[in-house]
Design a protein around this ligand. Structure first.
Ligand SMILES: Nc1ncnc2c1ncn2[C@@H]1O[C@H](COP(=O)(O)OP(=O)(O)OP(=O)(O)O)[C@@H](O)[C@H]1O
Ligand SMILES: [Mg+2]
Length: 262
């Protein structure tokens, strides 16, 4: 895990439809550093998920990456080279990310095979990763199927798989949206701890400014497929430049009855 920065440059994604093409992501450039959480925020439909998906070449049918590159420490990488090796993904709904008829042990086996690892060392690392992700009884959990686990446990398992992959960067797309408030907090604390202990660089997609305040070091704001503002978390909350950023911050503060404090 020696990578220092992941750089997205000039990313463009288009939807292809009978009447032509529409830009969904339009010239997005971002740098994610090791050991930081970069929050990607913006209204629903602004292109946050498409940005992540385009980097890893997992775009939905009907959409296509037409320009842009992703580099690790200045070296351009293909999506295949990035996926699971340099960038692990943590998704919104962990239940849909797991195969319902496979145990956790089988999922772990598949992840290890994908990165060409095996043997006692790899198994020991899995146990450690599961403990680090807050799964206290790894042997028992490895025997479970997704339907036997809570959403919080599945999300911890997804994080454990991310750790096993040894990817230095994580794309976390709304990782806590489907979880109850207590589990949300635990998962956010966990991501924060892993950032510090393992020096992971985390691109955190969210529209919850509470999550941003809690976790982010820097923030990039999207609107209509473009990045319209980037800044440190304090700047974004205390001196937002763009109207969209101001309204995101104002909506967040009004939730807490703090609109006059800003
Ligand atoms: N399969 C698809 N084909 C064409 N357009 C799509 C497809 N999926 C999503 N879109 C469009 O792409 C745009 C960006 O969507 P995206 O999912 O990246 O938004 P988002 O910022 O992640 O929103 P949310 O906060 O709701 O998750 C939206 O306008 C959406 O309607
Ligand atoms: Mg999304």
């Amino acid at each position: 895990m020696t990578a220092h920065a992941l750089t997205i440059e000039g990313l463009r994604v288009e939807a292809i439809h009978p009447h032509g093409r529409t830009a969904l992501v339009d010239g997005v450039s971002l740098t994610l550093h090791a050991g930081e959480v970069l929050a990607l925020v913006g209204a629903s439909g602004s292109g946050k998920s498409m940005t992540c998906a385009a980097c890893l070449d997992v775009l939905p049918p009907g959409t296509r990456r037409v320009a842009g590159s992703v580099a690790i420490d200045g070296n351009v990488r293909t999506a295949f080279e990035l996926r699971g090796r340099q960038v692990a993904s943590i998704l919104q709904n962990p239940r849909t990310a797991f195969n319902p008829v496979r145990s956790m042990r089988e999922h772990v086996g598949e992840s290890l095979r994908a990165i060409g690892r095996r043997g006692a060392d790899a198994r020991a690392e899995v146990t450690q990763a599961m403990r680090d992700a807050g799964l206290d009884d790894p042997e028992r959990v490895l025997g479970l199927f997704p339907f036997e686990m809570s959403g919080g446990m599945l999300q911890r398992m997804m994080i454990a798989l991310a750790l096993v992959s040894r990817a230095p960067f994580i794309f976390a797309d709304e990782p806590t949206t489907d979880l109850d408030l207590i589990v949300q907090r635990e998962i956010l604390d966990l991501l924060d701890r892993l950032k510090g202990e393992r020096g992971l660089g985390i691109l955190l997609v969210t529209h919850d400014m509470g999550v941003v305040a809690r976790l982010a070091d820097r923030v990039a704001v999207m609107e209509h497929g473009r990045i319209i503002e980037t800044g440190g978390v304090m700047e974004i909350f205390h001196a937002p430049q763009h109207a969209v950023t101001r309204s995101l911050v104002a909506a967040h503060l009004s939730l807490y009855g703090l609109e006059d404090v800003a």
